[in-house]
Design a protein around this ligand. Structure first.
Ligand SMILES: O=C(O)C(=O)C[C@]1(C(=O)O)C=C[C@@H](O)C=C1
Length: 251
Protein backbone atom coordinates (compact mmCIF):
# COMPACT_ATOMS: atom_id res chain seq x y z
CA UNK A 1 0.00 0.00 0.00
CA UNK A 2 1.37 3.46 -0.87
CA UNK A 3 2.29 5.71 2.01
CA UNK A 4 0.28 8.93 2.31
CA UNK A 5 1.62 11.53 4.73
CA UNK A 6 -0.57 14.27 6.19
CA UNK A 7 1.20 17.22 7.78
CA UNK A 8 -1.23 19.15 9.99
CA UNK A 9 -3.88 17.14 11.80
CA UNK A 10 -6.50 19.81 12.48
CA UNK A 11 -10.10 19.87 11.26
CA UNK A 12 -9.29 19.21 7.60
CA UNK A 13 -6.34 16.86 8.14
CA UNK A 14 -8.57 14.61 10.25
CA UNK A 15 -11.41 14.67 7.73
CA UNK A 16 -8.95 13.75 4.95
CA UNK A 17 -7.45 10.90 7.02
CA UNK A 18 -10.93 9.39 7.55
CA UNK A 19 -11.51 9.20 3.81
CA UNK A 20 -7.99 8.17 2.79
CA UNK A 21 -7.24 5.44 5.33
CA UNK A 22 -8.98 2.72 3.25
CA UNK A 23 -6.90 3.56 0.16
CA UNK A 24 -3.43 4.29 1.60
CA UNK A 25 -1.14 3.64 4.52
CA UNK A 26 -1.83 7.04 6.15
CA UNK A 27 0.77 8.58 8.49
CA UNK A 28 0.16 11.93 10.20
CA UNK A 29 1.94 14.57 12.27
CA UNK A 30 1.03 17.87 13.86
CA UNK A 31 2.60 20.59 16.01
CA UNK A 32 0.18 19.45 18.77
CA UNK A 33 0.52 15.79 19.75
CA UNK A 34 -1.86 13.98 17.34
CA UNK A 35 -1.61 10.50 18.95
CA UNK A 36 -5.09 10.50 20.51
CA UNK A 37 -6.95 11.83 17.43
CA UNK A 38 -4.92 9.54 15.14
CA UNK A 39 -5.79 6.50 17.28
CA UNK A 40 -9.50 7.41 17.21
CA UNK A 41 -9.42 7.72 13.41
CA UNK A 42 -7.25 4.64 12.94
CA UNK A 43 -4.09 6.06 11.35
CA UNK A 44 -0.42 6.06 12.41
CA UNK A 45 1.63 9.01 13.59
CA UNK A 46 5.23 9.64 12.53
CA UNK A 47 8.01 12.21 12.59
CA UNK A 48 7.96 15.17 10.18
CA UNK A 49 10.93 13.68 8.29
CA UNK A 50 9.18 10.30 7.92
CA UNK A 51 6.00 11.92 6.60
CA UNK A 52 7.89 14.20 4.23
CA UNK A 53 9.42 11.02 2.76
CA UNK A 54 6.04 9.43 1.84
CA UNK A 55 4.91 8.73 -1.76
CA UNK A 56 2.30 11.49 -1.41
CA UNK A 57 2.56 14.36 1.06
CA UNK A 58 -0.52 16.45 1.92
CA UNK A 59 0.13 19.82 3.51
CA UNK A 60 -2.87 20.57 5.73
CA UNK A 61 -1.27 23.20 7.99
CA UNK A 62 -2.73 26.75 8.23
CA UNK A 63 -1.70 28.81 5.17
CA UNK A 64 0.18 31.15 7.48
CA UNK A 65 2.54 28.26 8.42
CA UNK A 66 2.95 26.81 4.93
CA UNK A 67 6.06 28.61 3.69
CA UNK A 68 8.03 27.74 6.81
CA UNK A 69 6.80 24.12 6.66
CA UNK A 70 7.94 23.80 3.03
CA UNK A 71 11.44 24.92 4.01
CA UNK A 72 11.50 22.21 6.71
CA UNK A 73 10.30 19.33 4.54
CA UNK A 74 12.09 20.19 1.25
CA UNK A 75 15.28 18.25 2.13
CA UNK A 76 13.26 15.10 3.02
CA UNK A 77 10.88 14.86 0.03
CA UNK A 78 11.79 11.95 -2.27
CA UNK A 79 12.31 12.31 -6.05
CA UNK A 80 9.11 11.26 -7.84
CA UNK A 81 6.94 12.02 -4.82
CA UNK A 82 3.74 14.06 -5.09
CA UNK A 83 3.15 17.07 -2.83
CA UNK A 84 -0.34 18.58 -2.55
CA UNK A 85 -1.64 21.40 -0.40
CA UNK A 86 -5.28 21.97 0.59
CA UNK A 87 -5.20 25.67 1.46
CA UNK A 88 -8.18 27.98 0.89
CA UNK A 89 -6.13 30.36 -1.29
CA UNK A 90 -4.07 29.12 -4.19
CA UNK A 91 -1.74 31.75 -5.74
CA UNK A 92 0.64 32.02 -2.78
CA UNK A 93 0.82 28.27 -1.91
CA UNK A 94 1.36 27.33 -5.59
CA UNK A 95 4.26 29.79 -5.81
CA UNK A 96 5.76 28.77 -2.45
CA UNK A 97 5.63 25.05 -3.36
CA UNK A 98 7.21 25.61 -6.79
CA UNK A 99 9.99 27.69 -5.23
CA UNK A 100 10.76 25.43 -2.27
CA UNK A 101 10.44 21.88 -3.64
CA UNK A 102 13.04 20.17 -5.86
CA UNK A 103 12.33 19.83 -9.61
CA UNK A 104 12.09 16.04 -9.18
CA UNK A 105 8.87 16.42 -7.15
CA UNK A 106 5.36 16.65 -8.69
CA UNK A 107 3.22 19.45 -7.26
CA UNK A 108 -0.56 19.88 -7.29
CA UNK A 109 -2.29 22.76 -5.51
CA UNK A 110 -5.81 21.77 -4.45
CA UNK A 111 -8.72 23.34 -2.61
CA UNK A 112 -11.39 20.99 -1.33
CA UNK A 113 -14.41 23.34 -1.20
CA UNK A 114 -15.77 21.50 1.82
CA UNK A 115 -14.89 20.87 5.43
CA UNK A 116 -16.10 18.78 8.37
CA UNK A 117 -19.45 20.61 8.43
CA UNK A 118 -20.34 20.58 4.73
CA UNK A 119 -19.08 16.99 4.31
CA UNK A 120 -20.65 15.62 7.50
CA UNK A 121 -22.96 13.40 5.44
CA UNK A 122 -20.16 12.27 3.09
CA UNK A 123 -18.10 13.44 0.13
CA UNK A 124 -20.56 12.68 -2.68
CA UNK A 125 -20.94 15.75 -4.92
CA UNK A 126 -18.59 17.96 -2.88
CA UNK A 127 -16.40 20.22 -5.08
CA UNK A 128 -12.62 19.75 -5.37
CA UNK A 129 -10.55 22.41 -7.17
CA UNK A 130 -7.27 21.25 -8.70
CA UNK A 131 -4.53 23.60 -9.93
CA UNK A 132 -1.69 21.77 -11.73
CA UNK A 133 1.67 23.26 -10.68
CA UNK A 134 4.41 20.81 -11.78
CA UNK A 135 4.34 17.42 -13.52
CA UNK A 136 1.41 15.32 -14.68
CA UNK A 137 0.18 13.98 -11.33
CA UNK A 138 -2.88 16.25 -11.43
CA UNK A 139 -4.54 13.70 -13.77
CA UNK A 140 -4.12 11.04 -11.06
CA UNK A 141 -5.40 13.37 -8.34
CA UNK A 142 -8.48 14.27 -10.43
CA UNK A 143 -9.23 10.62 -11.14
CA UNK A 144 -8.88 9.67 -7.47
CA UNK A 145 -11.10 12.60 -6.45
CA UNK A 146 -13.81 11.36 -8.83
CA UNK A 147 -13.62 7.85 -7.40
CA UNK A 148 -14.36 9.42 -3.98
CA UNK A 149 -17.49 11.01 -5.50
CA UNK A 150 -16.04 14.54 -5.62
CA UNK A 151 -16.97 17.05 -8.33
CA UNK A 152 -13.54 17.93 -9.74
CA UNK A 153 -12.72 21.26 -11.45
CA UNK A 154 -9.32 22.08 -12.91
CA UNK A 155 -8.26 25.73 -13.05
CA UNK A 156 -5.37 28.14 -12.46
CA UNK A 157 -4.46 29.49 -9.01
CA UNK A 158 -5.31 33.02 -10.21
CA UNK A 159 -8.77 32.08 -11.49
CA UNK A 160 -9.39 30.18 -8.25
CA UNK A 161 -8.50 33.18 -6.08
CA UNK A 162 -10.64 35.54 -8.23
CA UNK A 163 -13.69 33.33 -7.76
CA UNK A 164 -13.00 32.65 -4.07
CA UNK A 165 -12.97 36.40 -3.34
CA UNK A 166 -16.77 36.14 -3.69
CA UNK A 167 -17.33 32.51 -2.75
CA UNK A 168 -15.25 32.58 0.45
CA UNK A 169 -13.94 36.04 1.41
CA UNK A 170 -17.38 37.64 1.10
CA UNK A 171 -19.28 34.67 2.54
CA UNK A 172 -16.97 34.27 5.53
CA UNK A 173 -17.07 38.03 6.24
CA UNK A 174 -20.87 37.98 6.36
CA UNK A 175 -21.03 34.62 8.18
CA UNK A 176 -18.42 35.43 10.80
CA UNK A 177 -20.02 38.81 11.47
CA UNK A 178 -23.36 37.07 12.07
CA UNK A 179 -21.67 34.44 14.27
CA UNK A 180 -20.08 37.21 16.36
CA UNK A 181 -23.44 39.00 16.70
CA UNK A 182 -24.90 35.62 17.78
CA UNK A 183 -28.05 36.02 15.70
CA UNK A 184 -30.79 34.03 17.50
CA UNK A 185 -32.83 31.14 16.12
CA UNK A 186 -36.28 32.76 16.33
CA UNK A 187 -39.59 30.95 16.44
CA UNK A 188 -40.94 33.19 13.68
CA UNK A 189 -38.59 33.20 10.72
CA UNK A 190 -38.39 33.55 6.95
CA UNK A 191 -36.58 31.19 4.58
CA UNK A 192 -33.88 33.84 4.08
CA UNK A 193 -33.26 34.10 7.83
CA UNK A 194 -33.05 30.29 8.01
CA UNK A 195 -30.31 30.46 5.31
CA UNK A 196 -28.38 32.93 7.49
CA UNK A 197 -28.65 30.56 10.48
CA UNK A 198 -27.39 27.71 8.30
CA UNK A 199 -24.45 29.84 7.17
CA UNK A 200 -23.56 30.46 10.84
CA UNK A 201 -23.75 26.71 11.57
CA UNK A 202 -21.53 25.93 8.56
CA UNK A 203 -18.68 28.29 9.34
CA UNK A 204 -19.12 28.86 13.09
CA UNK A 205 -16.44 26.32 14.04
CA UNK A 206 -13.86 27.55 11.51
CA UNK A 207 -10.85 29.20 13.11
CA UNK A 208 -10.09 32.92 13.03
CA UNK A 209 -6.78 31.93 11.45
CA UNK A 210 -8.70 30.52 8.46
CA UNK A 211 -10.75 33.73 8.27
CA UNK A 212 -7.60 35.87 8.22
CA UNK A 213 -6.04 33.67 5.49
CA UNK A 214 -9.14 33.89 3.30
CA UNK A 215 -9.26 37.69 3.72
CA UNK A 216 -5.58 38.62 3.66
CA UNK A 217 -3.83 36.04 1.51
CA UNK A 218 -6.24 36.14 -1.44
CA UNK A 219 -5.09 39.17 -3.47
CA UNK A 220 -8.62 39.76 -4.84
CA UNK A 221 -10.48 39.58 -1.53
CA UNK A 222 -10.01 43.11 -0.24
CA UNK A 223 -11.60 44.80 -3.25
CA UNK A 224 -14.74 42.68 -2.95
CA UNK A 225 -15.13 43.02 0.81
CA UNK A 226 -14.58 46.81 0.62
CA UNK A 227 -17.22 46.97 -2.11
CA UNK A 228 -19.63 45.13 0.20
CA UNK A 229 -18.96 47.42 3.17
CA UNK A 230 -19.23 50.52 0.94
CA UNK A 231 -22.55 49.31 -0.47
CA UNK A 232 -23.92 48.43 2.97
CA UNK A 233 -23.04 51.90 4.31
CA UNK A 234 -24.37 53.60 1.17
CA UNK A 235 -27.66 51.71 1.39
CA UNK A 236 -28.12 52.68 5.03
CA UNK A 237 -27.35 56.34 4.27
CA UNK A 238 -29.86 56.37 1.42
CA UNK A 239 -32.45 54.62 3.51
CA UNK A 240 -32.04 57.15 6.34
CA UNK A 241 -32.46 60.02 3.91
CA UNK A 242 -35.46 58.40 2.22
CA UNK A 243 -36.93 57.69 5.66
CA UNK A 244 -36.71 61.38 6.61
CA UNK A 245 -38.26 62.47 3.34
CA UNK A 246 -41.29 60.23 3.70
CA UNK A 247 -41.89 60.99 7.40
CA UNK A 248 -45.32 62.57 8.00
CA UNK A 249 -45.27 66.36 8.34
CA UNK A 250 -45.44 67.50 11.98
CA UNK A 251 -48.33 69.96 11.75
O1 LIG B 1 -17.60 22.62 5.96
C1 LIG B 1 -16.92 23.33 6.67
O2 LIG B 1 -16.61 22.98 7.82
C2 LIG B 1 -16.36 24.59 6.13
O3 LIG B 1 -16.31 25.57 6.79
C3 LIG B 1 -15.89 24.50 4.78
C4 LIG B 1 -15.30 25.69 4.06
C5 LIG B 1 -16.38 26.76 3.73
O4 LIG B 1 -17.55 26.45 3.77
O5 LIG B 1 -16.01 27.88 3.37
C6 LIG B 1 -14.20 26.29 4.83
C7 LIG B 1 -12.93 26.34 4.38
C8 LIG B 1 -12.49 25.61 3.18
O6 LIG B 1 -11.61 26.39 2.45
C9 LIG B 1 -13.59 25.18 2.34
C10 LIG B 1 -14.83 25.14 2.79
Amino acid sequence: MKRFGIIGFGRFGQLAARHLRDHFDVVVCDAHDPVEDAGRIGVRTGSLAEIAGCDTVMLAVPVQALEQMLAEIAPHVRPGALVVDVASVKMLPARWMAEALPESVDIVATHPLFGPQSARRGLEGQPLVICPVRGEAHHRVAEFGRTLGLKVSITTPEEHDREMAYVQALTHLIGRTLVNIRIPDEELKTDSYQHLLELCALIGDDSEELFFAIQNLNPFAQEITQQFIGQANGLLDRSLKAGNRSAPARN
